[in-house]
Design a protein around this ligand. Structure first.
Ligand code: ADP
Ligand code: ASP
Ligand code: MG
Length: 439
């Protein structure tokens, strides 16, 4: 048994839904997790924004456009009136429901109910399509078994127990189908696993059922060793260790949600990234096997802000870093990179919501300077500190590019460089040349 998760791009049009149906029905008995059709979650968030801003007309406009889009998708997807009718009735119910919010008080609870509709729509459309094709799929409601705990983290024990119970009701089904992303919280309210969370659902279900493989299907050929939009001649990485995938997920290779792989990793279940456009291609396998000394990929994260605090008080003092970090914590701002010297510390952040307050508070402890529009470029691979050579190749690549921060040693899998945003592309190209072409 395996879990197959199809992202928004993979179910983004009626043709693509048909394509996915042919992939899942080729291997019966599997668990299929779907995202919302691409663009839908964004539209649902936009509807919520209008409602927060007490603009029901704006919300109605967006709802109307989305409704028309789904009407056309549904009429294209089905050939039999019976299933077209069923899918349209379901969609009608969803759009009536969305319209009902324009009359009521709007809070985060209502927003969660609204954004949940994307995955409910895509799975119902797939369900009726599979029925039309003569299959016996079981449509499971993720809200019956996906749950988060008091910390907002998935409750693995509950998920495992409930999922086993829910599945029992569908004995004899060809395959199980369910929604990614959506769940209930501790209080039983509809909630979600944050944007991109469908990967997380797949991983949690895979771990709960102890499947042999978790497949994440998207619209490209596996994880690339660099950003294909910037660097020519990138190639797909065929194998990654879980640690390497976690580093890449965080640093902008958006193909896989970074938290998603943890449950798979703990359950020691391999995750395979596959391409819906080329299902025969081997994709990228992520597992617990290490490939010693190999550099796998380069990734970048934009819109980074660097903050430096210099203080002679730091010299030989203890507790200085704690005070500095506490300021960031008090504004719920997480720090990405940290570099220290005897008299100063530089940190990078990507959330600048409280930048002014942070800078203001830091001034208590030293002289503060800020660099905006920076970019973290990271090199990921097996770079055990006892191996030699890779640092010098990375530094050689940077010989003509100004580097604001360098970080190595946080893990054995990452060297991070902070450069100006405008230098990102040449950094990616130069690193690619020094690390892959001249290797
Ligand atoms: P899905 O909707 O299928 O879940 P995502 O929204 O997760 O897809 O985004 C996957 C997209 O990320 C791909 O379409 C691709 O364009 C992009 N991408 C970003 N970085 C990389 C990389 N290093 N390798 C491959 N694709 C990447
Ligand atoms: N539909 C959700 C999103 O767009 C979840 C996902 O696609 O993974 O974020
Ligand atoms: Mg995704």
């Amino acid at each position: 048994m395996k879990v197959m998760k199809f992202g928004g791009t993979s179910v983004g049009s009626p043709q693509r839904i048909k394509n996915v149906a042919s992939l899942v029905t080729a291997t019966a008995g599997d668990f299929v997790v779907l995202s919302a059709m691409s663009g839908t979650t964004n539209s649902l968030v936009e509807i919520s924004d209008y409602l927060y801003n007490k603009n029901p007309e704006g919300a109605m406009d967006t709802i109307g456009r989305l409704e028309a889009k789904y009407r056309s998708h549904i009429s294209e997807l089905y050939s039999k009136e019976e299933y077209k009718g069923k899918a349209q009735t379901y969609a009608d119910g969803v759009f009536e429901y969305l319209k009902s919010f324009t009359k009521s008080l709007f809070t985060q609870t209502e927003e969660k109910l609204i954004v949940a509709q994307g995955e409910l729509l895509s799975t119902h459309m797939m369900y009726y399509y599979l029925l039309e094709q003569g299959y016996k799929p079981a449509l499971l409601n993720a809200l019956d078994f996906m749950k988060t705990d008091a910390q907002g983290e998935p409750d693995s024990e509950y998920i495992k127990t409930r999922l086993a119970e829910v599945i029992k009701d569908f004995e004899g089904a060809d395959l199980y189908l369910t929604q990614g992303f959506i769940c209930r919280n501790l209080h039983g309210e509809v909630d979600n696993l944050l944007r991109g969370g469908s990967d997380y659902t797949a991983s949690l279900i895979g771990a709960a059922l102890g499947v042999e493989e978790i497949q994440i299907w998207t619209d490209i050929d596996g994880m690339h060793n660099n950003d294909p939009r910037v660097v020519e001649g990138t190639s797909a990485v065929r194998h990654l260790h879980f640690d390497e995938a976690a580093e890449l997920g965080y640093f902008g290779a958006k193909i896989l949600h970074p938290t998603c792989i943890q449950p798979a990793r703990f359950a020691n279940i391999p995750v395979r990234l596959l391409n819906t456009m080329d299902p025969q291609a081997p994709g990228t396998i992520i597992n617990n096997i290490k490939e010693c000394g190999s550099i796998k990929a380069i990734a970048a994260k934009d819109n980074i802000t660097a903050i430096r605090i210099k203080s002679s008080r730091m010299l030989l003092a203890h507790g200085f870093l704690r005070k500095v970090f506490e300021i960031f914590e008090s504004y719920q701002t997480s720090i990405d990179m940290v570099c220290t010297s005897e008299v100063g510390v530089s940190m990078s952040i990507d959330n600048t919501l409280h930048l002014n307050e942070i800078v203001h508070d830091l001034k208590k402890y030293g002289t503060v300077s800020v660099d905006l529009d920076m970019c973290i470029v990271c090199v990921v691979g097996d770079m055990d500190w006892e191996n030699v050579g890779f640092e010098s190749r990375a530094m050689e690549a940077m010989k003509d590019i100004p580097v604001r921060m360098i970080s190595y040693g946080g893990s054995n899998n990452n060297i991070s460089l902070l450069v100006r945003g405008e230098d990102k592309n040449r950094t990616l190209r130069s690193l690619s040349k020094c690390l892959f072409e001249n290797a």
